[in-house]
Design a protein around this ligand. Sequence first.
Ligand SMILES: Cc1cc2nc3c(=O)[nH]c(=O)nc-3n(C[C@H](O)[C@H](O)[C@H](O)COP(=O)(O)OP(=O)(O)OC[C@H]3O[C@@H](n4cnc5c(N)ncnc54)[C@H](O)[C@@H]3O)c2cc1C
Length: 477
Amino acid sequence: MDVERGWLAELMGFLRPDQVLTGAAARRGYDCDAYTVDRFPPVAIVLPESTAEVAEVVRWCNLRNVPFTARGAGTGLSGGSLPALGGIVISTKKLTQILEIDLPNRQMLAQTGIANKKLSDAVKAAGLHFAPDPSSQTVATLGGNIAENAGGPHTLKYGVTASHVVALTLVTPEGDVVQLGDRVPGGPGLDLAGLVIGSEGTLGIATEAWVTLTPLPNHVITALVAFGTVREATESVAEIIASGTIPAALEIMDRGILGALKAAFNLEYPVGTEALLLVECDGDSAELVKAEMATVDAICRSQNCLNLETAEDEVARQKLWTARKKGVGAMGRLAPSIVTHDGVIPRSKLPEMLDTVYEVASRHQIGVANIFHAGDGNLHPCFYFDDRDPDQVRRVVEAGEEIMRRCIELGGSITGEHGIGVEKLDLMGLMFSPADLEFQAQAKRIFNDGALCNPCKILPNQKSCVEHKSRWRGMAW
Ligand SMILES: Cc1cc2nc3c(=O)[nH]c(=O)nc-3n(C[C@H](O)[C@H](O)[C@H](O)COP(=O)(O)OP(=O)(O)OC[C@H]3O[C@@H](n4cnc5c(N)ncnc54)[C@H](O)[C@@H]3O)c2cc1C
């Protein structure tokens, strides 16, 4: 404790007292992200206000051999910002400025603690937006999106974060400040920005980023389609993609979500609905958008949909989005805790995979609801349970691992957009050989030779992490 008091005095030598949080409530608030099964408290949380301050904190951590973990809004779903070995959480909460908007070149420079949606709000009047739109976008930060290579409902058509970030300012794990990427395409040198995007904060802390801005479409049609079985909804998705039509969004919500919406908001959908499919088609040509929606309409009707409602004006369209936007929040009515899993499978395997999800959840006696970017083949089974009960936690973890193993068997992957974090460390060996993993570890060591920068994430069996694993889980009850 004396050592820790000494640390704090040193940190306050270059940060103001209100930039260093050490109270019990703060340490509790920063001991996990939205994956609440694993927890560990930091010694302190620091709130730097510039790249220079982030670099100074990181250099101090190196000097004192203190682990550090970057944190945006803490909406991550795999334990990425869990301070796995304690130490310091470096929050980007105060790095929220838009530094430059370059409309002619459709680019924007922003600090990475800004919430995703604020980027789009800032250029809406100019008819532009930042296309990656995770469903957490009102709070999730640009830095968190970069670290997780986040997707969202509309990234089916527009591409995930990596397609929209062209250059970065990175504080390296040693505390140097480097520029990666280039504002013009085809710049010289290795594509290190490409390596950092999606590396879950293990290769340094991004403090600023140049992002590209995408024109808002002139014509948008949204459809909400009710099906009597989940299989008909998932088969429609596979058929829509196979037809060559790429909607802007293709999202599924199942009966578990509909039950939560009823409990929380008293929302009702047509009698007999077991799944809703939300489809959005957009573009600059009204005829093309209408033609795409006609294809969707024909496919959904051939799959015996119960009801198909479309809307073109903004207010009516947003009403159709209600179930998608409020679905996860509504689950708070069902149980104290939610674990949202994230797998990917070839879209044609969605019907079979959903059957597996229900069977596994029922065998482990866990409540499950599904709300997911079906068009990407993403799968997000949301288990609802009580994380104060060790037996329920064990069943949730085992059921999740079973589902991930099935995703791999069906030719998919253990994550589409939520990352590995600590949640899926043990599953990496199912996807990669020891040689593959060692090659990734070598690449990581070029940036991060020690064990200080966001330790124990992505790659399994890191030194000093193995014996800590049971402690993270033990903190859940
Ligand atoms: C309701 C809900 C809906 C969601 N929907 C989606 C979705 O549609 N698509 C999707 O992809 N994800 C989704 N997510 C997951 C999550 O919102 C994303 O992963 C998001 O990008 C995390 O951003 P954050 O600011 O909360 O990051 P955090 O959770 O704080 O951190 C996530 C990771 O990023 C690292 N990190 C944070 N900032 C930086 C930085 N500046 N530099 C380097 N590393 C950093 C952290 O160390 C950690 O490893 C959802 C989550 C919730 C709770």
